[in-house]
Design a protein around this ligand. Structure first.
Ligand code: NDP
Ligand code: 2IT
Length: 464
């Protein structure tokens, strides 16, 4: 492989690539902003490779990669607790299956629209490629809001959602999983309905409850994987490890709480978490058992955390710094955005750098804005982009697919060891790719180029 391809591409060609992305954009469609943001980051990273090797252009790989294979959109009619009929919109974006069945989560959140799912599906293609496992990319979900709903209402919605979705999925076709608002409860109801409709007991979803063939370790996988990745990155970059270090984390869902759990296991001190209403700062280390009770059992806000911890502070969203987020204003050695997209702005990035942060690892999908990412890349920080750092969740989903196909169950220790191996492999591959392409230490470019190459080569090999 030729080294330092970046150096061969002049600014004019990069500007042309940027213009091409812009030319695709409909300025009136705000929904697509996040999709274009994700594409812009990827296309700028891969432009040197793309422009310097004619095979990609000859095969129109960029145009083919950024166009989903299909977008399925459907009506979901369900009964609420008062027996009143409700209507939501359901989606599945089957983006690319060059490397394996479409694979990616379902998000239930009022903000869900086609643009958000295209951004998540696009990122998923490259993320899944980085795992080295045979999985393509997809994403789905609904604007349904599980917050404040009874279990019955969630069940009623999930059954109605699956009545339509089951037509398009299958263990060798498309295998959905969880994401924001979709955890074991929702996957359980979705799996139950699929089984009833099709009379088949198969691994058509991952993240299933254990007794339906769910893999041990899947709930922990994304959060643990982010920490495994970060430890390896710090080692490769010659930085001190996380033991004894103060860490800040945003979010308080599946990814955030398991990242916090792993940080405690390795002797770090996680001092923050957040939700859509506010941030907790607890200088002695956040109380993980209480967080799990508030967020997983009671499904409530973080506000009452301070009732039990007088030393902690709660900062409601309304008091956040202008253009920024309270969670990133605290000094830390390593930061872990684990809530949602664009939750770490340039203002936040500047605050982190000013306060001596040396490492940022993205647990959420695209939590940093483009401006924040560019600012961080120009600084001295180590930066682990989402599609590499949070790939542990989907990797263990693929291990769940393997176990289901074999009708086998692996132990927690076995899955954990495989997860660790996969995260270390992704990290070294990303770092090596960055070096090969003349951008040593730039894990954004490394991840985008390594993921793109794997998918693009498969697309070229299969023809049209
Ligand atoms: P959860 O639903 O378990 O938790 C989401 C957390 O983020 C909650 O604390 C929620 O707060 C907060 N949040 C959601 N939306 C917003 C918002 N608009 N503003 C502020 N806070 C918000 O989801 P996950 O933990 O599973 O997902 C978190 C992120 O990680 C997402 O970006 C997801 O795509 C990504 N991810 C998830 C994987 C997985 O395996 N689950 C795998 C890889 C990536 P509140 O409780 O108030 O709603
Ligand atoms: O963004 C993600 O990687 C996920 N939500 C997990 C997807 C999966 O199929 O496990």
């Amino acid at each position: 492989m030729a080294n330092n391809k970046l150096a061969q591409v002049d600014a004019k060609e990069l500007a042309a690539a940027r213009e091409y992305i812009k030319s695709l954009k409909n300025p009136n469609c705000k929904e697509d902003d996040v999709f274009f943001q994700a594409m812009e980051e990827v296309l700028l990273s891969i432009a040197p490779l793309y422009l310097s090797d004619p095979v990609y252009k000859e095969n129109a790989i960029v145009r083919r990669l950024i166009t989903p294979d299909r977008i399925i959109k459907f009506k979901v009619e369900w009964l609420d607790r008062n027996n009143e009929m409700q209507v939501n919109t359901g989606y599945r974006v089957q983006f690319n299956n060059a490397l394996g069945p479409y694979k990616g989560g379902l998000r239930f959140h009022p903000s869900v629209n086609e643009g958000i799912l295209k951004f998540l599906g696009f990122e998923q293609i490259l993320k899944n490629a980085l795992t080295g496992l045979p999985i393509g990319g997809g994403k789905g979900g609904s604007d349904f809001d599980p917050k404040g709903k009874t279990d019955f209402e969630v069940m009623s919605f999930c059954s109605a959602f699956m009545k339509e979705l089951h037509k398009y999925i299958g263990p060798r076709i498309d295998v959905p999983a969880g994401d924001i608002g979709v955890g074991a409860r929702e996957i359980g109801y979705l799996f139950g309905e699929y089984k009833k409709i099709t009379s088949t007991y198969e691994g058509v979803l991952t993240g299933k409850p254990f007794f339906f063939g769910g893999s041990l370790m899947r709930p922990e996988a994304t959060g643990y994987g982010v920490i495994y990745f970060t430890e390896k990155m710090l080692e490769l970059e010659g930085r001190e490890d996380l033991k004894g270090k103060v860490c800040t984390i945003s979010g308080s869902g599946n990814v955030a709480l398991h990242a916090i759990e792993k940080l405690y296991q390795i002797g770090a001190v996680p001092v923050t978490c957040s939700d859509s209403k506010g941030t907790i700062y607890d200088p002695r280390g956040v109380d993980l058992a209480l967080l799990k009770e508030l967020k997983f059992e009671k499904r409530t806000s973080l506000e009452s955390y301070v009732d039990q911890h007088a030393e902690a502070v709660y900062i409601p969203v309304s008091e956040y710094p202008k253009g920024g987020h309270a969670v990133w204003s605290y000094p830390c050695y390593a930061a872990f955005p684990c809530a949602t997209q664009n939750e770490l702005t340039e203002v936040d990035a500047k605050a982190l750098v000013k306060n001596g942060c040396v490492s940022i690892s993205e647990g959420a999908n695209m939590p940093s804005t483009l401006e924040a990412t560019q600012y961080i890349l120009k600084s001295d920080l180590c930066f682990a982009p989402a599609k590499a750092a949070n790939a542990g969740g989907v990797a263990v989903s693929a291990l769940e697919m393997s176990q289901n196909a074999q009708m086998m169950r692996w132990s927690f220790e076995k899955v954990d060891a495989k997860l660790k191996d996969i995260m270390i492999h992704i990290c070294t591959n990303v770092a090596q790719t960055a070096e090969d392409y003349g951008v040593k230490g730039n894990y954004v470019d490394g991840a985008n180029i390594a993921g793109f190459k794997r998918v693009a080569d498969a697309m070229i090999a299969e023809g049209i």
